[in-house]
Write a protein that binds this ligand. Structure first.
Ligand code: VGL
Ligand code: ZN
Length: 181
């Protein structure tokens, strides 16, 4: 697809069943994400990449501590096409939900330099990092699509997933199915 990139948010062991901050049915995003990658010339990803001590862990159980197994991509995710991984949540006080807060590279300029105007967002979790990344991308002027079959929510409160989709729509993000990509 021309001028488009697939952006895989935080598909890491700690967010999968059995992980430190398991997203219910989080593993179900992997097969559709593997399939989708073939359609894109540019595939990018983010990782939640926390220090061992951070204010973020006052809100959440410790997860995705940089360099640990929990922060790794799962074996079942095809990573051979991922051209760059953006590391976020790297500070001791910020949540870093949005991939545009990555500290190893600037995502906005990375995309703009390469002429990317459309961003297809998939991964975990719908109500946190997918939400923050998709809304920020729309604010930054990208045409943003979230593929609903390839995202899953934490749902700390029942309904958080629906609220997240609503918020994305209000911000101009289009929610589409796998077949619509
Ligand atoms: C996330 C909660 C805490 C996410 C990261 O990737 O959506 N959620 N840290
Ligand atoms: Zn986190």
């Amino acid at each position: 697809m021309k001028n488009a990139a697939l952006f895989i948010v935080d598909v890491q062991n700690d967010f999968l069943p059995g992980g430190a901050l398991a997203v219910p049915r989080g593993d179900e995003v992997i097969a559709p994400i593997n399939r989708l990658q073939e359609k894109f010339e540019l595939v990018l990803a983010s990782k939640d990449w926390h220090p061992a001590t951070t204010k973020h862990f006052e809100k959440w159980p410790p997860h995705c501590i940089r360099g640990t197994y929990g922060a790794k991509f799962p074996e079942s995710l095809n990573i051979s096409s991922i051209q760059k991984v953006f590391l976020k949540g790297t500070g001791v006080s910020d949540d870093g939900y949005s991939a545009f807060e990555a500290t190893n590279d600037d995502l906005e300029s990375y995309l703009k330099i390469r002429g990317i105007s459309k961003l297809y967002v998939v991964g975990l979790a719908t109500d946190y990092c997918v939400l923050a990344t998709a809304v920020k991308a729309a604010e930054n002027g990208f045409e943003v699509y979230v593929v609903k079959d390839a995202v899953r929510a934490v749902n700390l409160q029942p309904g958080d997933e629906d609220k997240a989709f609503e918020k994305m729509k209000q911000n101009g993000v289009q929610i589409i199915s796998l077949e619509e990509v």
